[in-house]
Ligand binder design. Structure first.
Ligand SMILES: Nc1ncnc2c1ncn2[C@@H]1O[C@H](COP(=O)(O)OP(=O)(O)O)[C@@H](O)[C@H]1O
Ligand SMILES: [Mg+2]
Length: 267
């Protein structure tokens, strides 16, 4: 983007399109309008953040933005373009909306990258994460694809310590990229990794990602650490650094531990 072309997400006027009613925070869908440019986006005002016992009030938007910065610093672009700015309900985070393919509604076959199916319908090579019983008493399984785009997201989650990687927070965009959304409860100092993406547990982190993690470590030793410190605490920046160093020392995808390794609801 050139200096003459302002970022509509940052500078455009936000007009309300709707509200996501099943979201846990005030999550609004808006259009950011700058001249002829219109960018569909999600706007989460800080004052609409639900209070949580384990994360300080009013910090979720900053965590979303800091997570975006980490994804960009790694060069992975897993998180859609995100900014912090003023909006009709005050300061908040604004993130580009990802248009997704409706893989069930448009005639194409096959489950979403993270999905639920009958135990005998698991596609070849996919991971089974959880067995459950549906409302009618039938067995079902939570599955996800063995897809490198999804695994890179799982590695990002380890680094940012994502406490809420639900199935519905992994979106396959129409552009062919896989995007993660909802990073409000990330970057805590204590291990809170909660995710549906456990399929690679105990396997090696893909070699192509290792250099990027090393680059993140170097950047955290420099200006990037200070930049992140504007949005999360210095202890949280240190904890991010330590997670990255630990992962580089032992590049193995972690196994679930703790009381609640899968977020609930899972979608
Ligand atoms: N950038 C985005 N692009 C497309 N869909 C999104 C985006 N952000 C959120 N969503 C959709 O909106 C739902 C609710 O948003 P989410 O960020 O999870 O809000 P909350 O913090 O309230 O849980 C998500 O599960 C997803 O389906
Ligand atoms: Mg959510």
């Amino acid at each position: 983007m050139s200096a003459e072309e302002p970022d509509p997400l940052l500078s455009g006027e936000l007009t309300l399109v709707g509200r996501i009613t099943d979201a846990s925070n005030a999550t609004l869908v808006c259009d950011a309008v700058w001249g002829e440019s219109i960018v569909r986006c999600v706007y989460k005002p800080i004052r609409g953040e639900r209070a949580l016992w384990d994360f300080p009030d009013g910090t979720l938007a900053g965590r979303e933005y800091a997570s975006y910065l980490v994804s960009e610093q790694l060069g992975w672009s897993v998180i859609p373009h995100t900014v912090l700015r003023e909006g009709p309900f005050g300061r908040g985070m604004v993130q580009r909306w990802v248009d997704t393919a409706d893989r069930r509604g448009d005639g194409t076959v096959g489950p979403d990258l993270v999905d639920i199916c009958a135990p005998d319908a698991v596609p070849e090579g996919w991971f089974e994460i959880l067995q459950a019983i549906d409302m009618d008493g039938e067995p079902i399984v939570l599955i996800h694809a063995d897809d490198p785009r999804l695994q890179r997201m799982a590695v990002l989650d380890i680094l940012i310590n994502n406490a809420d990687r639900k199935g519905g927070h992994a979106l396959e965009g129409l552009d062919g990229s896989v995007y993660g959304v909802d990073h409000g409860i990330c970057l805590h100092t204590e291990n809170k990794l909660r995710t549906v993406l456990w399929g690679w547990a105990g396997t090696e982190v893909p070699g192509v990602l290792i250099g990027d993690i090393a680059g993140l470590i170097s950047s955290l030793e420099g200006d990037f650490g200070a930049q992140l410190g504007e949005y999360i605490t210095s202890d949280e920046v240190v904890a991010l650094y330590e997670r990255a160093v630990d992962l580089l020392d032992a590049p193995v995808m972690p196994r679930p531990n703790g009381r609640r390794p899968i977020p609930w609801p899972a979608f």
